[in-house]
Design a protein around this ligand. Structure first.
Ligand code: IMP
Ligand code: MG
Length: 177
């Protein structure tokens, strides 16, 4: 199988995840509670690397939302929660962990949803952001990399469920879709 070209190498990702974990440690040093909520499936590798670098106490939850169809051009269904957290998050500091912010609709929806549970705080951590695609603004409290408007795969991100476990982030050229 041909492999798509590297956009962000394993070393670049690893160095940035170190920095993000250090920032998160600083912000939550005195917080007393922290729940990382990973958005499945795309965030599973990022979340596991990030969480293992944190020194502040934290717990892990996962949620799942409806996502894009197989093709990039089939724009998102309305965002829908298809799996909720297992434990109440009231009185917690919530950190939503996403793989990528594209139009912003997913993360904006999730922030509203979790804010409605009245937790102590809700912040966002996303590995990637495509600012050229923004349709809805959402505060990105912790951001790994800003990237151009290309389809990326690997390190958790897929194209029609393919390439998700590549160890680096690749730009998927149209001829490989
Ligand atoms: P948004 O609601 O448009 O911001 O879309 C966010 C979701 O779309 C992400 O969580 C991904 O699941 C998916 N997505 C957007 N761009 C890409 C990409 O380049 N590669 C893989 N998935 C993507
Ligand atoms: Mg996602």
């Amino acid at each position: 199988m041909d492999l798509p070209p590297v956009l962000l190498s394993q070393d670049e990702i690893s160095a940035r995840v170190d920095e993000l974990a250090a920032e998160i440690d600083r912000v939550y040093a005195e917080a007393g509670s922290l729940v990382l909520i990973g958005v499945l499936k795309g965030s599973f590798i990022f979340l596991s690397d990030l969480a293992r670098r944190l020194t502040v106490p934290h717990r892990i939850e996962f949620i799942a939302v409806s996502s894009y169809g197989a093709k990039e051009s089939e724009v998102a269904d309305p965002v829908r929660l298809i799996m909720d957290v297992r434990h109440a998050i009231d009185d917690e500091n919530v950190l939503l962990v996403e793989d990528i912010v594209d139009t912003g609709h997913t993360l904006a929806y999730l922030k509203r949803l979790f804010a409605a549970h009245d937790p102590r705080s809700v912040r966002t951590c996303t590995l990637l952001h495509k600012p050229d695609r923004t349709e809805e603004d959402v505060d990105l409290d912790f951001l790994g990399f800003t990237i151009p408007d290309v389809w990326v795969v690997g390190y958790g991100l897929d194209y029609a469920e393919r390439y998700r476990t590549l160890p680096y982030i690749a730009e998927l050229p149209p001829e490989m879709r």
